[in-house]
Design a protein around this ligand. Structure first.
Ligand code: KMH
Ligand code: ZN
Length: 273
């Protein structure tokens, strides 16, 4: 089995300081949370950015500032900007960080109800447009799937040559509106992946730790962080994103799987050196 790639989703677009005061908004706060995550073994930072007041933004300038700040403290880490942004953003808004030539970016692979009455819109035309932009720029997409049909969409786009093999997936379970987070849900998704794919597992809320553990055992990779979960255990807030990274790294080693460095993650994912 390959070493474990740990992605830290330090900020997200939905979680706020009212949920957890440690959720980073400012450039300095984002740098600090990224630093703690990297120090504990994260090799990828999945990045959303905010205005200082916490408003989610996809501003090219804000991404540039935050990426520069993260590189100052984690020069090797892979920075993976979100092109999902927040519910309701336009395509042009969402695509802005691609102009900064990141090594990877997220590619959301279908429309999904996103908690309550929110709808996260990703039509087929949008997915193809985002995929083409990434392919043209040599940016590796992380295909975000919130349900099984989205894996089938990726397979269709791979057949058309719009997403290259081997594809890399982030299987996101436990969003209210997407696939639930029971063990059999993850097994079904993993069995449905195109042969040769790599995958990361993100479990929302209390599904994070059990699904991450399954990912370690199944040969996948893991995503942790405040974007998906803020609790160390029921009712107890985690201190930082670094705490989540430290816990999963420790667990992986206990289970016999070493943790990948950013350079090792680049090789596993086939990123350009
Ligand atoms: N904030 C969600 C609406 C991504 O980063 O690409 C979308 C999201 C997925 O977080
Ligand atoms: Zn995200």
């Amino acid at each position: 089995m390959e070493k474990l790639i740990i992605t830290a989703a330090i900020c997200g677009a939905e979680v706020t300081k009212s949920h957890h005061p440690q959720v980073p908004y400012t450039v300095a706060e984002i740098r600090e949370e990224a630093k703690k995550a990297c120090a504990m073994g994260a090799s990828i930072i999945h990045l959303h950015v905010r205005e200082d007041d916490g408003t989610p933004t996809q501003s090219r300038e804000r991404f540039e500032e935050c990426m520069k700040a993260i590189r100052e403290v984690c020069p090797q880490v892979i920075i993976q900007p979100s092109t999902g942004g927040a519910v309701g953003m336009t395509c042009d808004e969402r695509l802005q960080p691609l102009s900064l030539h990141p090594e990877m970016a997220t590619l959301d692979c279908g429309t999904v109800n996103f908690g309550g009455d929110e709808i996260f819109v990703n039509t087929e035309t949008m997915i193809r447009e985002f995929a083409q932009r990434m392919k043209k720029a040599g940016i590796k997409p992380e295909c975000e799937v919130f349900d099984k049909g989205m894996i089938d969409t990726v397979k269709r786009l791979m057949k058309k040559g719009e997403i290259d093999a081997p594809a890399h997936f982030n299987l996101v379970l436990g969003v209210n509106g997407g696939i639930a987070g029971e063990p059999r849900d993850l097994l079904y998704l993993v069995e449905s992946l195109p042969a040769g794919s790599t995958f990361t597992v993100s479990g929302i809320g209390r599904t994070q730790l059990p699904l991450n553990t399954m990912a370690i055992l199944l040969g996948g990779h893991v995503r942790v962080g405040f974007e998906d979960n803020i609790y160390r255990e029921k009712g107890v807030l985690a201190e930082s994103n670094g705490e989540f990274v430290e816990r999963i790294a420790k667990l992986s080693r206990l289970l016999g799987r070493e943790v990948a460095t950013p350079e090792e993650a680049r090789r596993i994912l086939g990123l350009k050196p």
